[in-house]
Design a protein around this ligand. Sequence first.
Ligand SMILES: [Fe+2]
Length: 184
Amino acid sequence: METFIKDVTSLVSTIDDEHEITKRIAERLSELLAGDYRLPPELTRPSNEHHVNYPVYIAPDDSWSLACVVWDVGQHTPVHGHQTWGVAGIYAGAERETRYLKPVASEPRRALTPAGEHVWERGQVTVCCTTDDDVHAVAAVGEEPTVGIHIYGGNIGTLNRPLYDPATGEVQWFVSGWDSPPGQ
Ligand SMILES: [Fe+2]
């Protein structure tokens, strides 16, 4: 994981284009997931209340962050945006991602336009977000908790982000914060 953090730090500081950064990080994350790296068990534990975001690494300048996101069986997120780029890989379990076109802020509010659904399984990596295309909802599917390793182009726990009502396009802003692994 230390090497992975060094590699991402170098990619983030040397590449400007979000599409290129996310593509290169996705390649590195695929390699990490295909290897024998194991997360500390405390970073894979679900909460029975809601899905949790554990911080693994936050760049000192908040230019990027690495999170372990854990959903217990049946948990799901509301429809949300990220306001930055992001790459997500499945470490355990599986997730169903439902995507939506990002509404244009200047246009009148209306129902969101669905943009497809995909089930991501263990070992798979997806570029979930670029700043212009970052709206989705995620649900854990299957019989075991879903654990994702996510990399975002900012400190995702402190970014102000939109939650959408997909039926009306209504937006509420939120800051997710970070969760503490059990026992810490
Ligand atoms: Fe997300």
